[in-house]
Ligand binder design. Structure first.
Ligand code: HEC
Length: 265
């Protein structure tokens, strides 16, 4: 009997602890800066120029290692995305080679194809990275924090890219780099340096600018329908508010004669 009680107690303790540890697992360990992004807040939207710059950073500084296997090239033309004109999108896709199972050969990518997978061993796919590192604004999924402050993933990615201290360590045949946002030693070397690229729109390519732009772009790859979703939510809230007022007023009107009769009697 005693053992059974103990087992039940232990199990319930475990059940209580589990959500905690899950939240812990997504929590970011290191120091993350709370950058402001245009797409945060109730009515925030993506900045098309920033997404285009972020795409350029990804293409020039990340694509050699990291894939974006869940993103189709044609979506680069979607509304509320980078909104590349069709011909530019096709020209962009044409710079990537993908394996064609039917041809049994490599060929240039076209609109419907997806970006390639990661090319570098150990480099994670970046399509959903801003969601995978979403712990910064408090445990992911509570809703209210994410609504007001954003999901936290883009802040992490932007901080990570700028978080290198310059310390390096050679261990067991590989190089590790200290990164304060990562909260320790990471095997990815720093890749962003001031003015390493020339932005098509003329924005000065500082390290911070590139980090923010690529983080914004990676938020779009993980949440391509963010703006539509916010709008639908907003319309829903307004609709429900109006409906509540109407229901309240009609309820009053419906009961008014009865209340009056009750008062008089
Ligand atoms: C030379 C190859 C290489 C390049 C170029 C590169 N990365 Fe990485 N990246 C890696 C590797 C390898 C890892 C895995 C590091 C680890 O877990 O120790 C990684 C990990 C990451 C992570 C995950 C960190 C974490 O919290 O686990 C992010 C985010 C990231 N890279 C973003 C980028 C972005 C954005 C760019 C372009 C601006 C980029 N990387 C360029 C190799 C690269």
């Amino acid at each position: 009997m005693k053992l059974k009680t103990l087992a039940v107690a232990a199990l319930s303790a475990l059940a209580l602890a589990l959500p905690g540890t899950m939240a812990e697992a997504t929590k970011v360990k290191g120091e993350v800066t709370n950058f402001d992004f245009s797409f945060q807040g109730l009515t925030g939207t993506y900045d098309r120029n920033q997404l285009q710059r972020g795409l350029q950073v990804y293409h020039e500084a990340c694509a050699s290692c990291h894939g974006l296997q869940y993103v189709a090239f044609r979506t680069l033309s979607d509304r509320n995305g980078p909104e590349l004109p069709e011909d530019q999108m096709r020209a962009f896709a044409d710079m990537y080679e993908i394996w064609d199972n039917e041809l049994r050969d490599w060929r240039p990518a076209t609109g419907p194809d997806h970006f390639p997978e990661s090319q570098f061993e150990g480099a994670p796919d970046l399509s959903l990275m801003t969601k995978a590192r979403a712990g910064f604004s408090g445990p992911y999924g509570l809703g209210i924090n994410q609504l007001m402050k954003g999901i936290g993933g883009p802040e992490y990615v932007a901080s990570f890219l700028q978080g290198y201290t310059g310390e390096e360590d050679f261990q067991a045949g590989s190089m590790f780099y200290e990164n304060i946002a990562y909260g320790g030693w990471v095997s990815m070397a720093p890749v962003l340096f001031d003015d390493m690229i020339v932005y098509a729109d003329g924005t000065p390519a500082t390290k911070e600018q590139m980090a923010l732009d690529v983080a914004a772009f990676l938020t779009w790859t993980a949440e391509p329908k963010l703006v539509e979703r916010k709008r639908a939510g907003f319309v829903g809230v307004i609709f429900l508010s109006v409906l509540s007022v109407l229901l309240y007023l009609s309820n009053k009107q419906l009961w008014a004669p009865i209340k009056k009769a009750a008062k008089e009697s």
